[in-house]
Design a protein around this ligand. Structure first.
Ligand code: PMP
Length: 406
């Protein structure tokens, strides 16, 4: 929008922020109609700086799980804020949260806290190496584990040495995992897997039971760590851990995003096998002990547990998925909707360049629903059936626009 507040902020940003914006929230990957800057949020809605309101299907890219301004979480955070946040040590809430995580996450004998998902995945890898005395770390091709040299998707500024001990396999491909384990030989420290395959711009894949079980067998046989990167999916599939329904328990898990309903926090949980290693490594950060986010996390996890929030998100997800399918059919389009319904990936058949997806999203955006054309989306427990129906109403306009794309 010319002369919009968003445009003016972008112009100011362009001169003081490299590229105008960095990272996953840069709108350079989205249609020109997308706002870069937001003014406020409430429940499952967001308002951009020009005052336009959207039903939000991205949920801050995961952190918003109970809805913005959730009363119980905000009261817990406010109570702790009035006591103190970043002090010379953590508050009582640290122990309370660690106890809650150990009780909630099935494999957990202990927990440690950080700030971002990358802190957590990186700490898991460090602990696995410390605990095994080995170097090789197996990661799935295309999986995202964070934005530091060992795992960032951009190779700018990354050296070959940063990745010298990574070996790749294909997610859900048992033979390629076995080959990678073989290649690591007696230097295998860890296998790192995301909760399910949620790589950008492709169909999502739930892990097969055979893949998950083999990953467990191979790491157990090698006395290496199985690390589940639950940063994105954690608390949306199963509070006990995303691989719990598969009957496979990792040695180490990384969580962040939804853990504190938008307050900055990450956590790793581990088994006793890696407790000593976790004691030895030096992992820390200036803000890792902030008590407000911990209080928010306790309130978030207890609310998720006590309100059956995962079932609510699944119900909203089912409604969205079937409504989108119906809208697509109405306009003669075929969709591929993959992964858990609460974390939708919506791709169009015959849309290699994502031009249908872009047309869909831009038109739906103008009608008040914030979808993403290439990344998985997120639902929250604040999305009611009525909110989903509003998003579907906008989606109908989106499908009409997508149907115009050759
Ligand atoms: N792992 C996964 C699976 C993620 O989705 C993300 C964030 N998108 C990360 C790690 C990194 O988390 P953060 O951005 O909080 O560092």
């Amino acid at each position: 929008m010319i002369n919009s507040k968003d445009q003016l902020l972008r112009e100011r940003a362009a001169s003081v922020i490299p590229g105008g914006m960095w990272g996953h929230m840069s709108t350079r990957y989205l249609g020109s109609a997308y706002p870069q800057f937001f003014e406020r949020a409430d429940g499952c809605r967001v308002w951009d700086v020009d005052g336009r309101e959207y039903i939000d299907l991205m949920c801050s890219w995961g952190p918003n799980i109970l809805g913005h301004h959730h009363r119980v979480v905000e009261e817990a955070a406010a109570r702790q804020r009035s006591l103190g946040d970043a002090m010379n040590g953590p508050g009582e809430v640290l122990v309370e949260l660690a106890e809650l995580l150990v009780k909630t996450v099935a494999h957990a004998d202990w927990a440690m806290l950080q700030k971002n998902g990358t802190d957590a995945t990186t700490a898991c890898v460090t602990i696995a190496r410390a605990g095994t005395g080995r170097r090789k770390v197996l990661v799935a091709r295309g999986s995202y584990h964070g934005a530091v040299p060992w795992c960032t998707p951009s190779l700018a500024g990354v050296t070959a040495e940063d990745r010298a001990h990574l070996i790749h396999f294909d997610y859900n491909d048992v033979a390629s995992l076995e080959a990678a384990v073989e290649q690591a030989g007696n230097d295998l420290a860890a296998v790192v897997v995301t909760a399910f395959r949620h790589d950008i711009a492709r169909d999502q894949e739930l892990p097969t039971a055979a893949f998950a079980k083999r990953a467990r067998e191979l790491t157990t046989a090698a006395d290496a760590a199985l690390i589940v990167d639950d940063v994105r999916a954690g608390f949306r599939i199963d509070l006990a851990g995303s691989w719990e329904p598969l009957g496979v328990r990792p040695d180490l898990s990384a969580f962040s995003k939804a853990i504190a309903n938008g307050y900055p926090l990450a956590a790793i949980t581990g088994t006793d096998r890696f407790r000593e290693a976790a004691t030895k490594v030096y992992v820390t950060g200036s803000f890792w002990y902030g008590a407000v986010a911990m209080a928010a996390a306790i309130a978030t996890i207890k609310t998720l547990r006590d309100t059956n929030a995962i079932a609510s998100m699944n119900a909203a997800g089912e409604r969205l998925r079937s409504g989108l399918d119906a809208a697509a059919r109405k306009h003669g389009l075929l969709l591929r909707q993959t992964g858990p319904v609460s974390m939708p990936m919506v791709l169009f058949d015959g849309d290699a360049e994502f031009s249908k997806a872009d047309a869909f999203c831009s038109a739906a955006l103008r009608e008040g629903a914030y979808f993403h054309p290439r990344h998985n989306m997120f639902l929250s427990a604040a999305h009611t059936a009525g909110d989903v129906d509003l998003a579907l109403h906008a989606a109908d306009a989106g499908m009409a626009a997508a149907a115009q794309v050759a």
